[in-house]
Design a protein around this ligand. Sequence first.
Ligand code: IPD
Length: 277
Amino acid sequence: MTINPQACLEIAVAAARAAGGHAREQRHRRGEANQRLAHDVKLALDVECQSIAEEILRSRAPGYAILGEESTGDTKTADPDLPLWIIDPIDGTVNFSHGLPFWCCSIGIRLGACTLAGAVYAPDMNALYTATADGPALCNGAPLRVSSIAAVSEALIMTGLDKQMDPRRPSFEVFRAISVQAQKTRIAGSAALDLCLVASGQADAYFESGIYVWDIAAAALIVERAGGRTGLLGELGDGRLRFLASNGLIHDALREIIVKPSQNTQAEGFQTERKQH
Ligand code: IPD
C-alpha cells in the first residue's frame, strides 16, 4: 500500500485544528467532567473533540484504523496493513480544565512501526507543529531544530510524574535523580507539547514513565525530524510506556541516569562537594 505522508499530514492538521478549535470555543465548559480521579480528570470536551477529529479522519481517509485516548473502536480487529491514526484530543487535560494555555490536540499516523506524519495544534499558543517521515519539522511553517546542549548539567529537561502519585514508584526516584544532575527539570503538563519544545530547541530532553502512545506518537516524529533522538525504554503493561526523547547529544547520559537512578542520585553529594571547592 502506498501512502503519501504529506496528504496524511494535511488530513491530520485539518482534524487537529477542528478538534482543538472546538475545545477553545467551548472552553467555558472546561469544568464539565465525565469522571474525576485523584490526579486526573476526564472531560466531556475530550470526548467531543475526539469525535470531531474522528469524523474528519474517517471522511477523508475511509477505512483507516483509529486509536485514541477517548476511542471506542477496537484496533485489535483492524487490518495491520492499513494505517492507524493515533489521537489525543486534548493533551494536557488538567491544564485545560484549569484554564492554563499549555494544552494541545495531537494526531499522528502510523503504518506498522513507522510514523508517517504528525500534527500537534496548541490553539491557546497559536502554534501548529508538524512533520512528515520524509520532510522537515515545522512550527507554523518555520523549520525547527533541536538544541546543541551537550551536557546534562546544562540541560533543561521536561518530564511528568506517574498519575498514581505514589512516591514509592520509580518515577519519583527518577525525577529526583534527573533534577540533581540537570540544570533544571520542568513539569509543564502536556507530553506532546513538551516534545515540541525539545524539537524547537527550547528544552533539551523529555522523559516520562507511564505515558501512552497517543501522548507521544505525533510529537516524537516532530522531534526526530528536527534532528533529535527518541527511544522507548520499556513497556509497563496496559499500554503504559517509558519514553525518552532528546536533542541526541545528551541521550545516552540521560538514559544512564534514568535506568540507574539510585546510583545517580548518590552522585548528588559528589557534585555538591565538587562545586564547593
Ligand atoms: C497527560 C499529559 C501529561 C503527562 C500525562 C499524560 P492527558 O495527557 O501529557 O503531561 O504527564 O502522563 O497522561 O491525560 O492530558 O491527555
